[in-house]
Design a protein. Structure first.
Length: 324
């Protein structure tokens, strides 16, 4: 079976795929291959893959010809954030995001209340009462705390029970190392650009990163901006190849960031999320002019301001360095 994550997989997608591979192989004796599109760019994610020996593979079109059964994790067939062919039917879909349309699959597990997709697979492993290797358990634990911002976004009994059930089987040293990897000079350069461009309108802070080394930097900086005192929403955009990547975060517990970003983007297949976290993308074009990029960035930020009904006469730039 081919296990397919969304492009540019995050810890939740990686953990879900790794746990599903273990479940299929050790309980059902089914061989599987984990594949992804895009790149694994964020240092935490690279470290997670390396330390835990997660057998992920760069997707090729040959994979689709070699595998008649395909499982999608943390994504769905109709979503634009994966490489699943439109002419194929999935065997299994496991996801936590709201469906645009019921996925065509032999088995659908769409659980919008699970807190993290890997919680669904973790619950299955714990219910079977089978031995869970340290690296699989550690992947699940990191997937949960990464997706829920150290359980800040995951206060439901299910999330906490799954996390506490898995934690005793984890490699705590590996978990700490994954969360605190060495960071490159490019990361700090991007962080500087993020702060220099950051604008605050009411309780919203947003920043355009320009072209980025990898799209994971967009979500990382959005998480960082959300910690700015006095704000409840953070939006970051970043250009990668021909696409503008978006990441939205909020502290508002009753919010639906995914629904808001879908309305801002205007295409339900190109944006999604749940609760306090959302992501999306807008295709700008390979030969797009600088003007077109800037217009799209401005439109997204203004769209969020309008959608949230923020009344602010003008934005401030609290971190912008004045030129001498």
């Amino acid at each position: 079976m081919l296990i397919l994550t969304h492009n540019y997989p995050d810890p939740d997608a990686l953990a879900s795929a790794f746990a599903l591979k273990y479940l299929l192989g050790n309980f059902y004796n089914i061989e599987s291959l984990i594949a992804y599109g895009g790149v694994i760019g964020r240092m935490e994610n690279k470290t997670m893959v390396d330390i835990l020996n997660i057998p992920v593979n760069k997707l090729t079109q040959l994979d689709f010809r070699n595998y008649s059964n395909i499982a999608l994790v943390d994504t769905q067939p109709l979503f634009e954030n994966n490489s699943f062919p439109s002419d194929k039917k999935a065997t299994i879909v496991i996801d936590q995001h709201r469906s645009v349309k019921k996925p065509k699959a032999d088995l659908n597990i769409i659980d919008t209340r699970c807190g993290a997709t890997c919680v669904v697979v973790a619950e299955a492993l714990l219910a079977l009462n089978i031995e869970i290797p340290k690296n699989v358990a550690t992947a699940i634990a990191y997937g949960i705390i990464s997706e829920t911002l150290n359980l800040y976004r995951g206060t439901t009994k299910r999330v906490i029970s799954a996390y506490l059930g898995i934690l005793p089987m984890c490699d705590i040293s590996a978990l700490a190392e994954i969360q605190n990897p060495p960071k490159s000079g490019y990361f700090f350069k991007t962080l500087g650009i993020c702060l220099q461009n950051a604008a605050v309108c009411g309780n919203v802070i947003g920043s355009n990163l320009g072209f980025v080394e990898n799209p994971d930097l967009v979500s990382l900086t959005a998480d960082f901006l959300l910690t700015y005192e006095g704000t409840e929403w953070a939006l970051c955009t970043g250009r990668y190849n021909d696409t503008l990547h978006l990441s939205l975060r909020t502290k508002a517990g009753d919010a639906n960031a995914g629904e808001i970003l879908r309305k801002v983007v205007g295409d339900s297949t190109r944006a999604g999320g749940h609760g306090e976290i959302a992501g999306g993308s807008i295709e700008i074009g390979q030969d797009a002019s600088e003007t077109k990029w800037k217009e799209s960035e401005k439109k997204v930020f203004q769209g969020l301001i309008d959608r949230l009904k923020i009344k602010a006469n003008q934005c401030s730039y609290p971190f912008k360095l004045m030129k001498k």
